[in-house]
Design a binder for this molecule. Sequence first.
Ligand SMILES: [Zn+2]
Length: 277
Amino acid sequence: MKVKVVSILEDNYMYLIIDEQNRGAVAVDPAVPHRLLQIVNREGVSLVAVLTTHHHWDHARGNEDLLKEIPGLRVYGGDDRIKGLTDKVTNCQELKFNSINVRCLFTPCHTAGHMCYFVWEDDCTDSPAVFTGDTLFIGGCGKFFEGTAEQMHHNLTKVLGTLPEDTKVFCGHEYTKRNLKFALMVEPENQKVKEMLSWAKARDDDDKPTVPSTLLEEFEYNPFLRLSNEAVQKFTGKTDPIEVLRVLRKEKDNFKKPKDRVPAHAMMALEWGLLQS
Ligand SMILES: [Zn+2]
């Protein structure tokens, strides 16, 4: 199973999952359709489905154009607000596209209809993958726009946190460097955070993506998955995991985003990104 990682817009990712045996492909959050179609053509595959994590513009804006371009295309998602939705899915529903298997994981909080997608391939020894949209980021988690700390706690610990540890994590945005700066403030002594941050800085300098990570790695440096860790509890002044998570997210909301290195023309998109993700 091959996953093409495509950087789009200000800091979004869209993905193309390729079934190499059958030359079929499934896209995740293809918000820049003409670029997706270029890749589909270059790879010589046929796009059969779109998986949409949530209805926000920077994830779902490409669906209607793709439906016009590809007759018979199916667009899956868990929220009626998703543009171009053809098939509404529910928690634990499984989809199959030749040898590509998808389990839909309902993860409401960032939006009320957010879905993550756990993907694996038949007869393949590759690690499975999870497409987490704006629920779990590398080193962080999404804003609670339409949900509660209780819901995000369930999403992170019971839904995503119980997947196999070697699962590759493909998230919706490149926020890794900023997330790890926050993680370092939360856990100044965590060596894994330090190592990951310097690696993420080098990737950023080379203009390369930091996805995917693995769930096992996330458990080592992502404070939102380390709610029972002593340093994380100390930072938040709480011990109950849901309260720890609530305070962490609030502190992250107030954590200043560096404004350097951002060209003026990107500021509007950036402000929009701040609101939506
Ligand atoms: Zn979003």
